[in-house]
Design a protein around this ligand. Sequence first.
Ligand SMILES: C[S@@+](CC[C@H](N)C(=O)[O-])C[C@H]1O[C@@H](n2cnc3c(N)ncnc32)[C@H](O)[C@@H]1O
Length: 222
Amino acid sequence: MFENDLDKQNEYYSKRASEYEQIYYRDNKERRQEIEDDVERLKVLAKGKSVLELACGTGYWTTQVSETALSVIATDFSDEMIVEAKKKEYHCPIQFMQADLHHLPFAEPSCDLLLLGFWFSHEPCQDYEKLFKTLLGQIKTHGKIWMIDNNPPAEGDKFQAVGKDAHGNNYKRRFLDDDTEYKILKNYFSKESLREIFEPYFEIESLIHNKYYWSTVLSAKR
Ligand SMILES: C[S@@+](CC[C@H](N)C(=O)[O-])C[C@H]1O[C@@H](n2cnc3c(N)ncnc32)[C@H](O)[C@@H]1O
């Protein structure tokens, strides 16, 4: 039985910072096209908006939204990720901040659009309610939340899957370029299960579930 080791997970992301963006440039046109389609949709969504990004990583989405957003605050737990993100070019006022998404420093709703890329699959399922309350607490009235994440690999997960914890979260093997091995919490979702998870807390404005990725736009329940 596994347990979510947050220290190990943080170590994994910090060590992976300089190699992380390889995930966006795998040699597969269909996969790449899905990402590009999401980039275009996100740029439209962000137009003229004040954006708060949680777990921004190397700033892949940050730089894209900066092309249309009014301003961006981009946060991540890992200083190493923020160092990588700061190397990019931005096209609107931008502020980077080290912050744990579960303990954010903002006293009031601060954004029109909140971004959370490739994080939801790492959130323990027993903590969804807490996470959703945090996200809703950050957006202004009529604000929106955008998320993107992975669908299960078409070839299956059997070589990487290592087991489940007592709550039913999946764990899989991940390797750094130097072959250091980590076991990381990673959950996958059908479109129906995402609907079931989000519907009690949010209006689902869109939910796209493609071959490689799913993405959604959520807002507060009216
Ligand atoms: C899978 S990466 C996603 C990065 C980026 N959002 C993207 O889509 O490319 C997960 C990110 O979450 C960050 N992270 C891990 N735990 C966190 C926490 N408690 N609060 C904020 N960020 C965290 C990691 O440092 C890493 O940058």
